[in-house]
Design a protein around this ligand. Structure first.
Ligand code: ADP
Length: 326
């Protein structure tokens, strides 16, 4: 089980941290993937663009290879049971631990005039989304590690207080480590909302991708063999690992080690490999986004599958809590 907020355009971080794993999981596991529209209200209370953004996230999920016939692909707000479980879990989440969450502190700093209770309890709603389907594996990027730890805490607390209902969810990646896709300016991660010129979006056209990559920070190159790479150069090699062929990467690694690297050439290569990777996804997503009837069918079908699992879990939850008077 996993989700992505409809707060803007999806980017390479979302793709390699989350979507790529969703696609690989769909043949092996019973999967629930959602558009986290309720979560987006904690930071984006203006809903003028919500519908368009929900449709964009759905389209980009499908264009990246997710098959709505294999998985439950749905909108968070269509599953009313989530809000009920969120309420029960809120009685087990403590103000102190929620206030200590890194993402809460970051967002409170970013929007000091809107430090709402939903922002504080964001990890509680996320835990509800996950354990509602008794999910054990949660494909996410590295930035979500702390939230997953909290989801385990809430699941265990519930089990301890009311009896064993929930398995422990774990963050999941097909590689050995969770992924963090760095931003092109060498500072922080690619993100939907911040740093738009240092983030490559799945909707960027070829020219924009080239422009962004060519602007990535570099220097005049090492002067002594086997010099350790500065962070911003490590990031460029890291991005190459995601989209370029192994022999291409090997060539630039050797050039670096032998002090003959030309970063202009390296960025040109990276830009072309990104264009090759993104163009088919962008084209397919555009086609899907323009097919409203198909998207409606996808949402209905997803809600139906997710509701079935949600209803079964909530019957057990109410029973365990003792909310069964007749
Ligand atoms: P954003 O941070 O862009 O608003 P979300 O919070 O909706 O994105 O995250 C959706 C998924 O994408 C999560 O699983 C998150 O871990 C992953 N993700 C987001 N940014 C990155 C990144 N730069 N590197 C790796 N994974 C990322």
């Amino acid at each position: 089980m996993s989700g992505i907020r409809p707060t803007g355009f999806l980017h390479l971080g979302n793709y390699f941290g989350a979507l790529r794993n969703y696609v690989r999981m769909q043949d092996e596991y019973n999967c629930y993937f959602m558009v986290a529209d309720l979560h987006s209200l904690t930071t984006h209370p203006d809903t003028k663009e919500l519908k368009a953004n929900v449709e964009r996230v759905l389209s980009e999920n499908i264009a990246s290879g997710l098959d709505p016939d294999k998985v439950a692909l749905y909108c968070q707000s269509h599953i009313r049971e989530t809000t009920e479980l969120y309420l029960y879990l809120n009685m087990m989440a403590y103000k102190g631990e929620l206030e200590k969450t890194t993402t809460f502190k970051d967002k409170a700093r970013q929007q000091p005039d809107n430090v709402n209770a939903g922002l504080l309890t964001y990890p509680v709603l996320q835990a509800a989304d996950i354990i509602l389907h008794k999910a054990t594996l949660v494909p996410v990027g590295k930035d979500q590690e702390q939230h997953l730890e909290m989801a385990r805490t809430f699941a265990n607390r519930f089990n301890h207080r009311y009896g064993n209902v929930f398995p422990e969810p774990q963050a999941f990646n097909f590689g050995s480590e969770l992924v963090k896709v760095p931003s092109l300016d060498g500072a922080g991660k690619m993100s939907k909302s911040e740093n738009q010129y240092a983030t490559i979006y799945l909707s960027d056209d070829d020219e924009l991708i080239r422009k962004k990559v060519m602007k990535a920070k570099t220097d005049s190159g090492p002067t002594e063999p086997n010099t350790p790479k500065p962070d911003y150069i490590t990031n460029i090699f890291g991005l190459m690992q995601l989209v370029s062929q192994p022999d291409v990467i090997r060539k630039f690694e050797e050039d670096y080690d032998q002090c003959r690297i030309r970063y202009g050439d390296m960025k040109k290569q990276l830009a072309e490999d990104m264009v090759t990777f993104i163009t088919p996804i962008r084209r397919r997503a555009d086609e899907i986004r323009n097919d409203g009837a198909y998207l409606k069918k996808v949402m209905e079908q997803g809600a139906e599958k997710a509701s079935q699992s949600a209803r079964a879990t909530m019957a057990e939850v109410r029973q365990a809590i003792g909310l069964n008077y007749y």
